[in-house]
Design a protein around this ligand. Structure first.
Ligand code: ADP
Ligand code: MG
Length: 360
């Protein structure tokens, strides 16, 4: 039993309100990722859960118990940081056992648990080495082992992979996913890296300025971004965002801007005449094929070759639009290009509120 409940959690640093009113229920066994730009309050939320930071207001429950005033060691949590800070003079074995020795767990128990966690993490060959004799990835694995050996009810990770190179990050990401499959420990994982969030999370909590923009499964967040901010934050390359106005046409609505007029499917969106909106289209949802639809046309001014795909930038008036195409079909630089929005793939946001206008 280790669900986490945040009820009206608030955090001020002096007069500065960093988290105004945070509400979330993390289910038992769930892997939750806090995702958002730097400074949006992810670490602050995590550190309040860990007991490393006072909670200004509201209630935090872990396993059904209010823990606001509990010491970190009494919360049943274990935390892994970006800076794993192993003790350099101790062997890996002693580093892993350190936390348990401090709370006087028997040597016999320590030996058994060490065998368990080092088995899971593949650390047996390194137990008698010192931290400097391990690679960055191996050291991070030791930091995870050190957290795991406490058999916590909840794992808290704060950007644990940020110090590793890209390839190692991908490998460790997989390891963390496997580990969670096996242990099923409730996890809250902080990152600013959307790839980590998309691949690890059962649900992503997307944050901005200490507030939750959207909570949902990765697919939900990607397919149905609830706000303009989420739409722009999730997806690489980033979504094209075009400011437009809704206009009545004979058979429904049109979206118009200075250089573009597009038909819009009124069954998909809650819109009205004269409304200012932002149209969002992912570069991968632009295609040069379906010639029945309205086109975004211009001159390609930059082609980024990615190997399997190419990113084509072109200007529509003063707008810069990007389309992702199969590399073998890429146009030349300076060519006239036309791209069509794949049916049902467009997103619309109210310009004033930033909220999605998608129905249902
Ligand atoms: P994130 O982890 O999402 O990058 P943080 O939770 O570290 O963001 O920070 C959220 C906000 O709180 C930032 O604006 C940061 O400057 C501020 N902040 C964090 N810690 C402190 C502190 N000890 N004193 C004052 N402000 C802080
Ligand atoms: Mg942080």
């Amino acid at each position: 039993m280790a669900e986490i409940v945040c009820q009206n959690i608030k955090k001020n640093y002096g007069a500065v309100e960093v988290v105004p009113d945070f509400n979330l229920e993390v289910k038992d066994h769930e892997f939750i990722v806090f995702l958002g730009p730097s400074g949006c309050g992810k670490s602050t939320m995590l550190r309040m859960m860990a007991g490393l930071e006072d909670i200004t207001g509201g209630e935090l429950l872990i396993g059904g118990k209010i823990v606001n005033d509990l010491e970190p060691r009494d919360r049943g949590i274990a935390m892994v940081f970006q800076n794993y800070a192993l003790y350099p003079h101790m062997t890996i074995r002693d580093n892993i056992a350190f936390g348990l020795r401090r709370i006087k767990v028997s040597e016999e128990e320590i030996k058994k648990r060490t065998a368990d966690v080092t088995g899971v993490l593949g650390l047996e060959p390194y137990l008698d080495r010192k931290p400097t004799e391990l690679s960055g990835g191996q050291q991070q694995r030791v930091a995870i082992a050190r957290a795991m050996i406490k058999t916590p009810d909840v794992f808290l990770f704060d950007e644990p992979l940020s110090n590793l190179d890209a390839k190692l990050r991908a490998t460790m990401r997989e390891e963390i996913a496997r580990l969670h499959k096996k242990l099923q420990t409730t996890t809250v994982y902080v990152t600013h890296d959307q790839m980590e969030a998309m691949t690890l999370a059962d649900r992503i909590v997307l944050m901005k300025d200490g507030m939750i923009e959207q909570v949902g499964a990765p697919e939900e967040i990607y397919e149905r971004p609830a706000t303009f901010f989420v739409a722009g934050f999730i997806g690489t390359p980033a979504m094209n965002l075009i400011d437009m106005t809704v206009n009545q046409s004979n058979d429904g609505f049109q979206l118009t801007s200075k250089h573009v007029t597009l038909c819009v499917d009124p069954s998909r969106f809650e819109i009205k005449e004269g409304q200012k909106v932002t149209l969002g289209v992912r570069p991968s949802d632009l295609s040069s094929e379906n010639k029945n639809a309205d086109a975004l046309s211009g001159k390609s001014d930059l082609i980024e070759y990615h190997g399997d795909q190419a990113l084509v930038s072109f200007d529509v008036g003063e707008l810069k639009i990007r389309a992702l195409v199969p590399a073998r079909h890429r146009p030349g630089e300076g060519a006239d290009v036309s791209f069509y929005i794949r049916e049902g793939s467009g997103h619309l946001f109210d310009k004033a509120t930033g909220k999605s206008l998608l129905k249902g």
